[in-house]
Each structure stands twice: as C-alpha cells, then as structure tokens.
Design a protein around this ligand. Structure first.
Ligand SMILES: [Zn+2]
Length: 231
C-alpha cells in the first residue's frame, strides 16, 4: 500500500521482486493520483494520469506485480484520514493479504502528509480489519471474515529490524525505477540510483550479502498497546 505510484518500488522493490519470485501474488494499492509530482505543467491531468499508469505497468513487469488498485485520492490533497482508513479496511477484507508493506510514517522529519497519513491509516487498518463491528464497505462487510494478516513491513524506515538480501533482485528494482520518467529528470534518477545503492550497501554492511533493504517488520499485535520490550 503506497501513497504514490513509485514508493513501493523505491522503498522495497528488491524485497517485492523476491517475494514474487517465491510465488507470492503481489498487489499494489496506490492511494493518490500522484499528479502533483508530474514535471510537465502543461500536460493535461488525463494525459498525465495515462502516462503514470503506463510507467507503473512498465515497472510492474520488472518487479512481477500482478494486480494494481488505484484509489485516486488527490496528491498532496486535503482528503480525510478516516475515509482512507475505512477504505483500506475494506480492501484488506476484500483481498486478504498475508502481509502488507507500506511507508514508515514515523520516519524522522518526514513531512509529506500523504506519507504520514497513508502509513498510519495502513497500520491502523491492519489492526482494525479483524473487528467485525468496524464498518468499512457495506458489500464487503456483508461477507465479513477476519483476515489473517501475519505482519506489516515499513520501508523508508530509520529503525529496521529486518534486512532482506536483494542482491539477486536489485537490478530489476533499479530497472523498475527507471520507468518513472514523468516525475524524475535523468539527473534526478541518476542521483536516486546512487543514493539507493549507498543505502543498500549500508543495510548489508554486517550481513553475508552485498545489497539489502531495511524494513521495520511488526506483527499486528505490535500496533496497539505494544508490551513487547523488544520492539
Ligand atoms: Zn511518495
């Protein structure tokens, strides 16, 4: 579950490609329409949206993403947190993911409200979806059964407790990121690749592999009144 069309791939593309290779069905849910990040101010919203979707499809082929869900909330808009939380509960009840990945809303100095609200709403939705009296979408709720979400992994985190070996998949991750031309000029993309490579090497520094992705992985039980002293 991501705020913008490229967050999953930049934050956890190597991990997601590995999960796909291992047989997982990958579904991306993108909350906003991402139009604010489009570089060309003259492009119509319709044309920009089509371009973003094409680029996302190109990236998805590199990573192995099977399904895309778009909620089309306005990028950097003043949309309602609680409406999003309800929608995410409905999507979890509808699709029943085993595991959810999203941005870490507790990243120090993260100031983008889309990241803060999507990360928090996603965490809260994972925690609330199993409670039958929590109302989401009436059609979904009519067939309610609690989903066994085993955990949540936050990327763009300063406090990873898990480092995934992405040595075999990082080339595909970086190829996926190259698809995002509508929002990154070539020099910005080059900078992003360099920054990511430094982070991937740093995460793997004390590991037996060369490139890693750091994630904060929690069980749903950690997301409310957490008494586990190790977290
Ligand atoms: Zn983002």
């Amino acid at each position: 579950m991501q705020p913008h069309y490229d967050d999953n791939d930049i934050g956890a593309g190597g991990t997601l490609a590995r999960l796909g290779d291992a047989g997982a069905v990958l579904t991306y849910l993108t909350v906003t329409d991402d139009l604010v990040g489009v570089l060309d101010a003259e492009l119509s919203d319709e044309a920009a949206r089509a371009q973003l979707r094409d680029e996302q499809a190109e990236a998805a082929r590199a990573i192995g993403v099977g399904n895309q869900i778009w909620l089309d909330y306005p990028d950097a808009g003043d949309w309602d947190y609680f409406a999003l939380r309800k929608r995410l509960v409905a999507e979890i009840r509808r699709f029943g993911p085993d595991f959810v990945l999203t941005v870490d809303p507790w990243l120090p100095y993260e100031s983008h409200q889309d990241h803060l609200r999507v990360g928090r709403a996603c965490a809260e939705a994972v925690m609330l979806q199993s409670l039958p009296r929590f109302a989401s979408d009436p059609e979904v709720d009519a067939a309610f059964e609690p989903r066994d979400v085993t955990g949540i992994g936050f990327y763009f985190t300063r406090e990873p407790n898990t480092v995934v070996d992405i040595s075999a998949t990082r080339e595909r991750k970086h190829r996926a990121i190259d698809a995002y031309r509508t929002q990154f000029r070539p020099e910005a993309l080059a900078l992003l690749h360099r920054g990511l490579e430094a982070a991937e090497r740093e995460w793997a520094r004390e590991q037996a592999f060369e490139f890693g992705e750091g994630l904060k992985v929690l069980r749903p039980g950690h997301l409310h009144v957490n008494l586990d002293p190790g977290v």
